[in-house]
Design a protein around this ligand. Structure first.
Ligand SMILES: *[C@@H]1O[C@H](CO)[C@@H](O)[C@H](O)[C@H]1NC(C)=O
Ligand SMILES: *[C@@H]1O[C@H](CO)[C@@H](O)[C@H](O)[C@H]1NC(C)=O
Ligand SMILES: *[C@@H]1O[C@H](CO)[C@@H](O)[C@H](O)[C@H]1NC(C)=O
Ligand SMILES: *[C@@H]1O[C@H](CO)[C@@H](O)[C@H](O)[C@H]1NC(C)=O
Ligand SMILES: *[C@@H]1O[C@H](CO)[C@@H](O)[C@H](O)[C@H]1NC(C)=O
Length: 277
């Protein structure tokens, strides 16, 4: 099993490891981090779970896993995917996702190639760029996946909860100190880019091989209480007391707690694997 995506799906991999690891004795399992790939091995089951870091799926200047979200304006090579794709071959289950890094209204598309040191870029509308990248991805899947062996999944966007006014809690700070889900499921708008969602659905429906859509966006929008908030550990370090007392700056309303919502995503994934047609 392999997950290729941004860190948000990393939580889903960790959730899956937590769900299965307790039945495996310590000497029969291993967990290892490398820069792009995190691997969990289950010896007796001849099974491996991998997470592969590729925030845009296609190649970009923020691919090195040391890059932090929001610190560099991304430049994306919309047609280039094989460098990452070479790491996704010959697995039984492939799960993809890409969204949060596409947050700029216009995206910078590289002219030329990174390997030749090109730096010139053109500005392209966000949705057009997203569609072009997903089409490159879809083409890669069609050309490289043997669908009699491999099941392919695409997970829809993981939403954020940045403005408490979105749920009419105007004196709160982002998702900080939220302890219950959104109360009224018929009214919800937390700023999710539904145009990108529709683009992903359209690209998937046009694909020549069967692809399973893991539709987690709306159900995750309700969970303003499920983010790591001030209990995140950016760069592996918990926040200091001083940072915790400044949630306007430090609360993380993008990543999710574990145990928590990513476990639900895995239950849905499990249902799709078991009952897909
Ligand atoms: C383990 O998996 C590999 C790769 O899929 C396969 O070639 C091999 O036969 C498997 N071994 C067992 C004992 O299932
Ligand atoms: C917030 O309040 C406005 C104005 O009363 C209302 O239109 C909107 O539906 C409310 N939103 C939620 C999420 O309750
Ligand atoms: C946190 O939220 C609760 C209600 O859910 C509220 O009573 C409490 O005052 C809030 N804490 C702070 C520090 O605002
Ligand atoms: C939830 O929102 C719907 C649609 O705006 C409204 O009709 C309903 O009364 C709301 N329910 C509660 C409990 O606020
Ligand atoms: C995704 O799920 C939501 C409910 O969570 C549903 O309203 C929507 O129609 C679904 N979209 C697709 C494309 O499956």
């Amino acid at each position: 099993m392999e997950m290729a995506a941004q860190r948000l799906l990393f939580a889903q991999m960790l959730s899956m490891v937590c769900m299965v690891q307790s039945i495996i004795p310590p000497e029969k399992k291993s967990f290892s981090y490398a820069s792009y790939t995190t691997v969990f091995k289950m010896e007796d089951y001849n099974a491996t779970m991998e997470f592969y870091w590729a925030p845009f799926l296609v190649e970009s200047n923020v691919d090195p896993p040391t890059m932090r979200y929001g610190t560099v304006v991304p430049v994306v090579k919309l047609e280039s995917i094989s460098k990452h794709g070479d790491n996704w071959k010959n697995v039984d289950y492939l799960i993809f996702n890409t969204y949060i890094w596409w947050r700029y209204p216009t995206m910078k598309a590289l002219q030329g190639s990174f390997s030749n040191g090109a730096t010139d870029s053109v500005d392209i509308d966000q949705n057009v760029a997203y569609e072009r990248a997903l089409k490159s991805w879809a083409k890669w899947v069609e050309e490289n996946v043997d669908s009699s062996r491999t099941s392919v999944f695409f997970s829809s966007m993981s939403p954020t909860h940045m403005k408490s006014s979105d749920w009419n809690n105007t004196n709160r700070i982002k998702c900080w100190n939220e302890t219950s889900p959104f109360p009224n499921i018929s009214r919800i708008d937390v700023g999710t880019n539904w145009q990108l969602f529709t683009t992903a659905v359209n690209v998937i429906q046009s694909m020549k091989i069967p692809l399973h859509f893991l539709n987690i966006t709306r159900l995750s929008e309700y969970r303003k209480d499920a983010h790591t908030s001030i209990y995140a550990a950016p760069g592996g370090k918990l926040l200091t007391q001083e940072q915790k007392s400044d949630p306007a700056r430090y609360a993380d309303c993008l990543h999710w707690c574990l145990p928590g919502l990513p476990d639900t995503w895995n239950e849905l994934l499990f249902a799709l694997i078991m009952y897909r047609t």
